[in-house]
Write a new protein. Structure first.
Length: 336
């Protein structure tokens, strides 16, 4: 059932009040959040005031901000009607994306239809994932529509997380037979020495972020079984030499730490029926001084090939703690 806008009352020349009525009071309680914290998040972000009046919300503010807040409330209420639960990330994402896509409706069915006009949603076994910024939305579309795509930008912008989510979605829907996740085993400015154990024990610390992403989308027991069956592989970049990766969704993470030769080697592993995603942050190169980053080389050489997608993120696309975006901006602004 749709939200009803009952009245719009002018309070001053610039400020108006719009009264919204919600058909399901239980969903309205979830929309507001514990101690109205969801409403407080919207108020702070959009500079409006939202008041609860029974099964109604009064949205007060200047026209543009008020309309955006109403659109955000509508989008969040649609999620609740669809059986979703809301968290702070959902609120933030709805605000960043400008509110609801109610006019087009949420896309359902096969993800390979490329979300014709509706919300961009990635279905996995454990959760439904939605991009939270326009850059993320464009990135996800590129991952579904291109056999080779790059995601380049600072930490916390969802480059790897969304790539793994798309890979899991395509695996579940049978578009690929396996998922292959890789990254260079390069230490971030430290020398940790020799690590104990067998080969898996030695490389797992470098691969842990990829395990974390997988476990967010698939049940732990299923991840373990798929790894045992080699339908999911998590391996250092060095292990890719000599292989042809067919019918697979392949992700190379932290690609800024691949050398130019390693990047060429990896890119030429692409086989029939496969899709490949390269993610990296040009500001976090851990290679020895004087060694060219393979990510930089790939941008320079492949940027004009139409069938390869390059997607770029900035600090505005950071979806971790708000301080992360400010930290990145501070470092970017430092020219010393």
């Amino acid at each position: 059932m749709a939200i009803s806008a009952l009245t719009q009352t002018p309070l001053t020349e610039d400020v108006h009040e719009t009264l919204l009525e919600f058909p399901d009071n239980r969903l309205l309680i979830d929309l507001c959040g514990e101690f109205d914290r969801n409403l407080a998040q919207i108020e702070h972000a959009l500079s409006v005031q939202i008041l609860r009046r029974g099964n109604q919300l009064a949205v007060i503010g200047e026209d543009g901000a008020r309309e955006r807040a109403i659109s955000v409330l509508e989008g969040l209420y649609q999620k609740l009607e669809a059986g979703r639960e809301l968290d702070a990330g959902d609120i933030d994402g709805e605000i960043r994306m400008g509110g609801s896509d109610a006019e087009t409706g949420a896309r359902r069915g096969d993800q390979m239809e490329l979300f014709k006009g509706g919300r961009v949603e990635i279905k996995t076994r454990k959760k439904l994932v939605e991009p939270r910024t326009e850059a993320q939305k464009a990135y996800v579309r590129a991952l579904f529509s291109n056999e080779l795509a790059f995601g380049i930008g600072p930490a916390g912008t969802g480059k790897t997380y969304l790539a793994v989510a798309v890979g899991v979605s395509m695996f579940i829907e049978g578009h690929v037979d396996r998922i292959i996740l890789s990254r260079p085993a390069v230490e971030a400015g430290e020398r940790l020495g020799f690590l104990p154990g067998d080969m898996k024990d030695k490389v797992d610390p470098y691969m842990q972020p990829l395990y974390d992403a997988l476990n967010d989308f698939l049940p732990g027991k299923q991840v373990a079984k798929l790894i045992e069956e080699k339908r999911i592989e998590i391996a250092p970049l060095a292990f890719m030499r000599g292989r042809t990766l067919s019918n697979a969704f392949v992700v190379l993470d932290e690609a800024q730490n691949a050398t130019a030769m390693q990047m060429k080697m990896f890119l030429t592993r692409l086989g029939e029926g496969s899709r490949m995603v390269i993610t990296g942050d040009r500001s976090q190169v851990d290679l020895p001084r004087g060694v060219t980053s393979g990510l930089h080389d790939a941008e320079r050489l492949l940027g004009r090939i139409d069938s390869i997608a390059f997607n770029y993120f900035t600090a505005k696309d950071v979806v971790r703690h708000p301080l992360v975006a400010k930290i990145i901006e501070a470092y970017d602004a430092d020219v010393t």
